[in-house]
Design a protein around this ligand. Sequence first.
Ligand code: KG4
Ligand code: ZN
Length: 356
Amino acid sequence: MTTVLALETSCDESAVSLVRRNQGKTYVLSSKIASQVKEHSLWGGVVPEIASRRHLEALPFLIADALEESKVDIPNVDAVAATVTPGLVGALMVGSVTARTLAALYSLPFIGIHHLEGHLASVLLSEEPPDPPYLVLLVSGGHTELIEVRDHGAYERIGRSHDDAAGEAFDKVARLLGLPYPGGPSIEAIAQGGDPRRFQLPKGKVSKPGGGYYSYDFSFSGLKTAMLRKVELFASEGRKLPVPDLAASFQNIVAEVLVERTVICASDRGLSKVVMVGGVAANRRLRELMEVSCQKNSIEVNLAPKAFCTDNAAMIGAAALNRLKLSQCSSSLELGVVARMPLNQAEALYSQKPLF
Ligand code: KG4
Ligand code: ZN
């Protein structure tokens, strides 16, 4: 039995979780999140300085709550984990320093986690987690990627967005439609009463320099511009903006693009399992379409539980449990944080001579 205390502070959610692995199964003992969304929404997006301050204020209470709910004392945990990359450096630093301080105080191993590895591990918190190999569609506010997971810790990125991430496109289009931040849940809510077929919208393709397209890559800038043109047209004609129909059409085209390219990629590479994780993976239309399309193509589909799609610390704990199982590894207490780092270099976080 292994228990990890995990912290996540890479962006605008302060989160703490206790996660346990027992006989191969992963259990979330507690998962606490203090969202800063309301405060940031006043500014239309995340303000890094505010994020760091709020993490600092929230963490002590969240840690106390999480320990109480899970009935675990810190000396009885096996390791302390925190997200160290990618993210807002000031925000990451708050979680990392807190985790390293606890690790030093209680003589516990510290495990620095790559945020995307955390998202990948969120599927391990589902009822029946899949075994690798599988293809992951990771769709969040900062990333839209197709990643082949050959084994836990062995990743190859096969596709990516060349401009905005899918979540970013949801956030920007929501703002265009006058809907609140974060855009994903706002668009999903209002799209319920809309007609997803009313507007024809482009499925952005990425051209190859010598001709043809990158089959597994994404582009959302053309779609964003198309939405802007529709809004401008209604405004110029003095007509009321049909927000539910625009939101439903946008949501539908994003879901279709994501699902189509994922299924083609899995089929081309002979992968019989597809996994979907990240904030946008909470979207109901996207979940339904992914399930239906995978079934049609005889692909097994595993979606991260909705509660663990958007940023949380349970997924960071699950990733840390994997790292512990892989090699009993730990990070140096001198490991810092960094705004960006490719996922396939995550192994470097466990070097005893830290890269940063
Ligand atoms: O994974 P996440 O919480 O943070 C990052 O690592 O980026 O993802 C946040 C993103 C935001 O862009 C938000 O608008 C989007 O996920 N999102 C959604 C939904 N819930 C959150 N997008 C579409 N539908 C949703 N239900
Ligand atoms: Zn995230």
